[in-house]
Design a protein around this ligand. Structure first.
Ligand code: CO8
Length: 257
């Protein structure tokens, strides 16, 4: 598929997706989302790809949903099309996904980053949910994922005032896992992805499933699921190899990668 709004390539065992609408600060329009979903589907199916990295430009990860595209929508249109439902595809990815964010990650851009498993931010990153300033509210999980990431006080502050959070505050608040210089952002994310790519894929997928279940279930049910997944990994050759390699003081060679 020829892409207009993104680029997608493999770097080693990593699928690298770059949001690429420079004239519109990578605003997320229907075409971009459809291309992004197609690229994620392709990388999920590709057995050589073990991790996905999503990034934008140095100026903008994405400045939100495309305001010009959606401004004329009526309620009936938005409701009948279930506008935005397909934007959630990324949150259902089973392979690990890292967001590498430089510049603006606003509105849908912040929501897209939060759909990834973790966010690495450049020093110039700016996160915000400014929808309220447009007379709307976040629509792709912002009210739900932001509160889980940074707690009610900060989430309410950002969502009700529309204020922007810089990279350092985002790191202090737990929204991003690390902050690096802009020029090192993509390489840092690719290094993390390659490291993940050396590990056992079934263990990675189960780790992701267990962590994500914490958002959906009670503590006791979540711990039960974790324990059952933990037990099931003893059925894999990779568990035997991982523990044998530790005892033999060598690097494990996982089979299921
Ligand atoms: N939509 C459409 N066009 C945009 C957007 C956007 N979100 N953001 C920037 N652009 C365009 C500008 O209109 C401008 O185009 P043109 O040159 O044709 O006038 C170009 O990008 C460059 O932008 P600016 O000139 O404004 O650049 P600045 O450096 O002065 O400012 C900002 C950068 C601060 C990012 C500013 O552009 C801005 O505030 N953008 C809008 C941010 C915003 O409100 N985002 C929230 C949108 S609503 C939303 O995301 C709802 C989410 C719903 C779910 C989405 C599912 C994933």
């Amino acid at each position: 598929m020829a892409y207009e709004c993104i680029t997608a390539e493999t770097r080693g065992t990593t699928g690298l997706i770059r949001l690429d609408r420079p004239k519109a600060m990578n605003a997320l329009n229907a075409r971009l989302i459809s291309e992004l979903n197609g690229a994620v589907d392709g990388f999920e199916e590709d057995p050589h790809v073990r991790c996905i990295v999503i990034t934008g430009s140095e100026k903008a990860f994405a400045a939100g949903a495309d305001i010009k595209e959606m401004q004329g929508k009526t309620f009936v249109q938005a409701y009948r099309e279930d506008f935005i439902a397909e934007w959630e595809r990324l949150s259902r990815a089973r392979k690990p996904v890292i967001a590498a964010v430089a510049g603006y990650a606003l509105g849908g851009g912040c929501e897209l980053a939060m759909m990834c498993d973790f966010i690495i931010a450049a020093e110039n990153a700016k996160f915000g949910q400014p929808e309220i300033t447009l007379g709307i509210i976040p629509g792709a999980g912002g009210t739900q994922r932001l509160i889980r990431a940074i707690g009610k006080a900060k989430a309410m502050d950002m969502i009700l005032t529309g204020r922007v959070m810089d990279a350092r505050e985002a790191e202090r608040s737990g929204l991003v896992s690390r902050v690096v210089p802009v020029g090192e952002l993509v390489d840092t994310a690719l290094e993390a992805a390659e490291r993940i790519g050396d590990l056992s894929m079934p263990a990675l997928m189960m780790a992701k499933e267990a962590v994500n279940s914490a958002h959906e279930t009670t503590l006791s049910e979540g711990c039960r699921l974790e324990r059952r997944l933990f037990h099931s990994l003893f059925a894999t050759e990779d568990q035997k190899e991982g523990m044998k390699a530790f005892a033999e003081k060598r690097t494990p060679q996982f089979r299921h990668r």
